[in-house]
Design a protein around this ligand. Structure first.
Ligand code: BGC
Length: 838
């Protein structure tokens, strides 16, 4: 894409910083004076190899931060466009800019990931084209050799490490007319393919909100730490008054450990900003070429008394429109949802990333693949994910496979194609199509989707099984050792084979929708072949799986790999597994997003709710009980004793495991698209657990849709909103006659009696079966513990097939000479269980 006028601008860089070494360089300033008069309209296009702030006549142009954002610069570099008519003077004018390292030149990647600096460019290149429209003709002021440059007050900057700003280096009036630039140096034009320049198709990153200090802490070692009460992404704006040269240091971290800043999860990222005072009055400053993931900030060197009002946290992210909300009667669940939203905000800084704080912040394909449906519900992500998918397609076309992270910063990495990660190429466009109903999304991605599927087809064994090569598998399975997150319970190639069943199935549908009929047939046949291969390799005729982990069952169920009878059996096996794990989580990145759906689809809604509402570690709500305000990368990123998990993957802001929010929207609140883009809506809430209400609201492409149910005393009520141009199928929750209705646009309400016996707690007695006792993990735990004090080492199983009919009375009868006090102790367990649930 070109500008409104042809490009006459070229990329320029300071002559003096041709140095490509790793050391920090001050962010250069650029300026050029020019004359103009009676201009009717002035438009400025700006971009940089790095991050850029543009100025006209001393005024900052626009309010974007970290522009031009991150795209796969080798193929496409976005430029920003601003109407600057109002900033222009009649007469002398000055164009200015400051250029930081950003993603193009700054450090990227974890230790050992390969070369980490100057990956996309080795010079701070600036590109500006100011178009002056005089009515009948135009003039252009563009970056060329006429510009001058000088080092600015940003003496070092790095996205990972932070920014150092020395206010003594500021040059007053540098971007305004009349400034004496005689000491400034010349620039040179540098090579950069102008074909890469594109107007952005995603929203820019902006300052979105501010968060005040919640408390100031003095740590055991005497440091001062500000707690913002929310793990967030952005930076600090500070104000201070002190002597010239005094330096304030700000260190950022997400958690505290042993009363001090917990920086180990940051790995090599220094996440430290410094501000050196100009002196002589109150100074206010915030960094511009870095960002941090933090809740806590340690402040050193603050001149005078630091009070909470001197610091504010500035939250930044891509300015997407919020489209989705959820609320329920359970405050922990609401916090889990809020944590998901905050993790999404913090990981949508220009592109979808894994984490915002350590030495990564990369466009990991797998993370957004599993989180995509939740993301598309919470915010309008057509811009940011559409743009990222174009990057994915370009990198894929360039490399012949889908790199693990997009933009691909590992130019020399060995090719690697892995399920769940690489197949974001197919599944993410499909997710967006489901959310927005726009065929263009599929059309734009089709070549990438098809090429990926065809490439993996070439990796299958003759039977159609993807059984070779590295796989991340069920990444971060809680039972995998902290130092080897890929080594979970579920065989990685089972995950790959299951995902390829889904990919081929989606491919056939997408080809059909777009009218590529030959492809449709080809991919439908391939889908059958890979499904059969999966069944032959992993599924017994009964429906039991060879590698019977919760993840394996959940994938086989939700990806429609099993026949109906097998599915039912698999559901039972899955329900048994989750009960055996006492409703704690035993799944990682891959199993977790589909686990509750798998239970729901096979008639085990109660188990899904028990999982959702469990608070013991590891579980969805355990982090919430530990004060989490974002989704953690690991279930036990912080352990119950307050220590940080020793593994290297211990981010406190990773959205992947927040993918359960999608189930909360669709099943707990019951709002889901029945057709792509919500043209038809399915409203089918499934109350459960101890919830007495839940609601979801979503801004569909047609307008707002909502579903809200409540149970009050003995009445269920449901209120729904159906937008114009759509219709909805409504399944009344808990209705005694299972009523299903068709409704059109507008608001609709129903209320009716709660069915008899709904949510009545069992009254435990000697006639209670083991199976029923085991349904309540707390009751089972005290029952088993009491049993063990009399019969140490004798196993008890509440989930075996026999447990369904074995009563406590039966058990007592089987023990010929009960030890003294045993029956009484058991009866006491039952009594106190009844008291708790009464
Ligand atoms: C990232 C992930 C990513 C994974 C894959 C990690 O370092 O944080 O979320 O998907 O690597 O290996």
């Amino acid at each position: 894409m070109t500008a409104s006028l042809p490009w006459t601008a070229r990329f320029i860089a300071p002559l003096t910083t041709s140095d490509t070494t790793d050391g920090p360089h001050p962010a250069p300033l650029f300026r050029r004076d020019f004359k103009a008069s009676k201009v009717q309209r002035a438009v400025l296009h700006v971009t940089a190899l790095g991050c850029v702030e543009a100025y006209l006549n001393g005024q900052r142009v626009g309010d974007e931060v970290l522009a031009p954002g991150w795209t796969t610069y080798r193929h496409r570099l976005n430029y920003s466009t601003y109407d600057v008519t109002d900033l222009l003077y009649d007469g002398a004018n000055t164009l200015g800019a400051m250029v930081g390292e950003g993603w193009a030149r700054g450090r990227l990647g974890w230790e050992g990931a390969g070369p980490t600096k100057n990956i996309f460019a080795d010079r701070p290149g600036l590109f500006m084209q100011l178009e002056l429209d005089y009515g009948g003709y135009s003039e252009i002021v563009a970056t060329d050799k006429e510009f001058l440059t000088a080092p600015g007050p940003v003496v070092a900057d790095s996205i990972y490490d932070g920014e150092n700003y020395d206010a003594r280096q500021e040059q007053t009036g540098w971007s305004a007319p009349g400034f004496d630039d005689s000491g400034w140096a010349g620039v040179e034009v540098i090579d950069w393919d102008l074909e890469t320049l594109e107007a952005p198709t995603k929203e820019p990153v902006r300052r979105i909100q501010e968060v005040a200090v919640q408390r100031l802490i003095t740590t055991p070692s005497g440091k001062t730490v500000a707690d913002f009460g929310q793990n967030l992404v952005g930076w600090i704006r500070l104000s201070a008054e002190g002597n010239t040269g005094a330096t304030i240091t700000l260190r950022h971290a997400e958690v505290m450990e042993d009363g001090e800043l917990g920086t180990r999860p940051l790995r090599t990222a220094k996440a430290t900003d410094t501000y050196t005072l100009r002196g002589g009055g109150v100074e206010t400053w915030e960094p511009r070429f870095t960002f941090h993931g933090f809740r806590y900030v340690e402040i050193e060197g603050y001149p005078g008394q630091l009070t909470a009002d001197k610091l504010n946290a500035v939250v930044i992210h891509t300015e997407m429109t919020r489209t989705g909300w959820f609320e329920s009667s359970n405050p922990l669940l609401n916090q889990l949802h809020s944590n998901t939203v905050w993790s999404m905000k913090g990981n949508f800084v220009s592109l979808p990333t894994d984490c915002p704080q350590r030495d990564e912040r990369l466009g990991w394909t797998g993370d957004i693949n599993v989180f995509g449906p939740t993301a598309a519900y919470l915010y309008d992500v057509r811009g940011v994910l559409g743009s990222w998918l174009r990057d994915l397609a370009l990198e894929q076309a360039h490399k012949g496979y889908v790199p693990m992270v997009i933009p691909d910063f590992q130019t020399h990495a060995a090719p690697m194609t892995t399920a769940v990660w690489s197949d974001a190429a197919v599944l993410l466009p499909w997710t967006l199509y489901q959310a927005y109903g726009d065929r263009q999304i599929l059309n734009d991605a089709y070549t990438s989707m098809r090429d990926f599927t065809t490439q993996v087809e070439g990796l299958l064994n003759p039977n159609g099984l993807w059984d070779a090569g590295f796989q991340f598998g069920d990444w971060l399975d809680p039972d995998a050792p902290p130092e080897n997150p890929a080594n979970g319970k579920t065989e990685p190639h089972l995950v790959a084979a299951a995902y390829f069943c889904r990919v081929t199935h989606v491919m056939a549908q997408a080809a059909g929708i777009l009218g590529h009929l030959e492809d449709q047939t080809r991919f439908a046949l391939l889908a059958e072949k890979v499904k059969q291969a999966f069944r032959d390799e992993y599924v017994a005729a009964s429906g039991r799986l060879v590698n019977g982990s919760a993840t394996a069952y959940a994938l086989a169920i939700t990806f429609d790999i099993l026949n109906d009878a097998q599915k039912e059996r698999a559901g039972e096996e899955l329900a048994t597994l989750v009960a055996k794990a006492k409703y704690t989580i035993s799944t990682g990145f891959v199993g977790t997003p589909v686990l509750c759906d798998a239970l729901t689809q096979t008639g085990h809604l109660d188990d899904a709710y028990k999982l959702l509402l469990q608070t013991e570690c590891p579980s969805f709500l355990y982090p919430v009980t530990m004060g989490a305000s974002t989704i953690w990368e690991r279930w036990d990123a912080m352990r119950p004793d307050g220590s940080i998990n020793p593994g290297g993957m211990t981010s406190f802001n990773h959205y992947a495991l927040g993918a359960v929010a999608d189930w909360m929207h669709r099943t707990v609140a019951g709002l889901a698209p029945a057709e792509p883009g919500y043209k038809r809506i399915r409203i089918a809430p499934k109350p459960g657990g101890d919830l007495t209400s839940a609601s979801a609201r979503h801004l569909t492409p047609y307008g707002e849709a909502s579903a809200s149910w409540q149970i009050q005393e003995d009445t269920v009520s449901l209120d729904v909103t159906v937008p114009e141009g759509t219709s909805a199928e409504v399944v009344l929750p808990l209705h005694p006659d299972s009523v299903v209705l068709e409704v059109g646009p507008g608001t609709h309400s129903w209320s009716y009696q709660v069915p008899q016996g709904y949510n009545e707690r069992p009254v435990y007695s000697l006639d209670t079966t083991f199976g029923v006792l085991a349904q309540d993990p707390n009751v089972w735990e005290s029952f088993a513990a009491t049993f063990a004090t009399f019969f140490p080492g004798v196993p008890l199983d509440g989930n075996s097939p026999d447990a369904k009919s074995l009563t406590i009375k039966d058990m007592l009868g089987m023990i010929p000479m009960s030890p003294a006090g045993f029956s009484e102790a058991i009866e006491n367990v039952l009594k106190s269980a009844n008291e708790v649930t009464a």
